[in-house]
Design a protein around this ligand. Structure first.
Ligand code: ASP
Length: 309
């Protein structure tokens, strides 16, 4: 049996302890624990890594603390456009949706795209048409509304500024949720979901629904979910960059992920982080900014972390 395990994130960026109340920190820790354990329970029961990452990401999407699903950031028009992707390391199957509106759990729709379509990435209205026969849960605008995110948008509305979640300073990049898992059968999977950036315009789509940039899984190497400055994660093709360094350079997951985040992404000018897991069950959670909401669990250890350790 493989050394199954899971790692999740709820966004990286300027998360400073001085701005965090004890109570707020507790709610984050509880939400991360719940999401991590939802996926881990599936792995412990012999379930698949795909089902595990969908369970964890769905739990984070349902929690208004994170910038995905309920509580996603507002775009320039005052609505929510959601991006998500999923990949299985077994046969390199993948599915993704971009700029979808009203979908309660975009990660579940991304999985339907992976399983039931001949395509990988569907966007907007087309993705909703595809979703129709599968009775995908839909919600109205009120469901996605969160006062904190609304106020973030009010401060930027009408300007050319944009910002990622968990940050009150413009052009600082953070937010998004994701999960990676190895199951007891030896299969890897990765999933990522986001509302993108506050006040985003022109149908902007970030790295999260882009296979290779925000999400990647390959049983020969690793499963990776990214968070941070989407434009830079796309330039760095960060999730695939890590996999490539392992596959073609013989590097360990630890060395490859740290090099990608702390050297390659930084050189491009981007900030962010990843969660990753390899076939041996090694877990990494590197980031090059102040903090990253993150948690992991395998048979030997578990943790929930926010700041640098
Ligand atoms: N990477 C995401 C995006 O650019 C946002 C984030 O991770 O916070 O849409």
């Amino acid at each position: 049996m493989y050394n199954y395990g899971i790692a999740i994130h709820g966004g990286a960026g300027t998360i400073s302890k001085s701005l965090m109340s004890e109570e707020k920190e507790k709610t984050y820790v509880e939400a991360l624990t719940k999401a991590r354990d939802a996926g881990y329970a599936i792995l412990r029961g012999g379930g698949s890594s795909i089902d595990a990452v969908v369970a964890s990401v769905s739990s984070l999407e349902d929690c208004p603390l994170f910038n995905a699903g309920k509580g996603a950031v507002f775009n320039a028009e005052g609505s929510h456009e959601l991006d998500a992707s999923i990949m299985s390391g077994k046969a390199l199957d993948a599915g993704a949706v971009a700029a979808v509106q009203g979908v309660k759990n975009p990660i579940q729709l991304a999985k339907l795209v992976m399983v039931h379509s001949d395509h990988i990435l569907l966007m907007g209205e087309g993705a909703l048409k595809f979703a129709k026969p599968y009775n995908v849960a839909m919600e109205n605008a009120e469901y996605f509304h969160d006062d904190h995110r609304f106020n973030q948008w009010q401060r930027m509305k009408g300007s050319d500024d944009f910002q990622l979640d968990h940050s009150d300073k413009p052009k600082q990049y953070l937010g998004t949720v994701g999960a990676v898992a190895l199951d007891s059968h030896g299969d890897l999977a990765a999933a990522t979901s986001t509302g993108g950036m506050t006040n985003k315009k022109f149908g902007r789509i970030g790295d999260s629904p882009i296979i290779g940039a925000g999400t990647y899984a390959n049983n020969n190497t690793c499963a990776i979910s990214c968070t941070g400055s989407g434009e830079y994660l796309m330039k760095g093709v960060t999730a695939y960059d890590i996999s490539c360094m392992m596959e073609y350079g013989g590097m360990s997951l630890y060395d490859a992920s740290h090099q990608s985040i702390n050297t390659h992404l930084l050189k491009l000018g981007g900030d962010g982080g990843v969660v990753g897991i390899d076939r041996k069950g090694n877990i990494v959670m590197p980031f090059n900014c102040e903090g990253m909401y993150r948690a992991s669990k395998n048979r030997n250890a578990s943790n929930v972390l926010i700041y640098k350790v």
